[in-house]
Design a protein. Structure first.
Length: 146
């Protein structure tokens, strides 16, 4: 099975903020800004810089209205640590689902994959990939369940 193969992750760990709202889908959404959070990503994976990494986990998507660069920002957290953001376009697309879940006092979580190709690759940084449904499906699932 390749590094980016899709497998169902285990049950979400209790460390993720509760109450939570699990969404899953077949889209692989790349997070952004991971270069700022490499120490946290390495610690989460139990890896050293330059090692090949393929780590399944769950990520929480958290609205960040006080972000000085973008009031629509969405923070990506794994094990309670910030590891990335959604891109501006993804943050806007998933915003209706996130706002609805937050209004209900919950947090969206999704399966995630932390990956890095190791020494000699194009970049030594680890990346974060989220397994999400389409934005419309996420919003429909949230509204149906809440």
């Amino acid at each position: 099975m390749g590094m980016f193969s899709r497998r169902r992750a285990a049950t979400p760990p209790a460390r993720i903020r509760t109450p939570n709202f699990l969404v899953e889908g077949d889209l692989r959404i790349a997070a952004v800004g991971e270069s700022f959070y490499q120490p946290a990503l390495l610690a989460i994976c139990g890896a050293r810089a330059g090692e090949e990494v393929g780590h399944e986990c769950f990520a929480a998507l958290v609205l960040e209205p006080d972000n000085p660069h973008d009031p629509n920002a969405v923070r990506v957290e794994v094990q309670g640590r910030q590891v990335a953001h959604l891109s501006r376009s993804d943050a806007l697309a998933y915003r209706p689902a996130l706002v609805a879940v937050e209004a209900a006092g919950r947090v969206i979580i999704c399966p995630a994959f932390i990956a890095g190709r190791g020494a000699g690759s194009e970049t030594p940084n680890l990346g974060v990939f989220l397994h999400l449904p389409s934005p419309g499906s996420a919003e429909a699932d949230v509204r149906r369940a809440l």
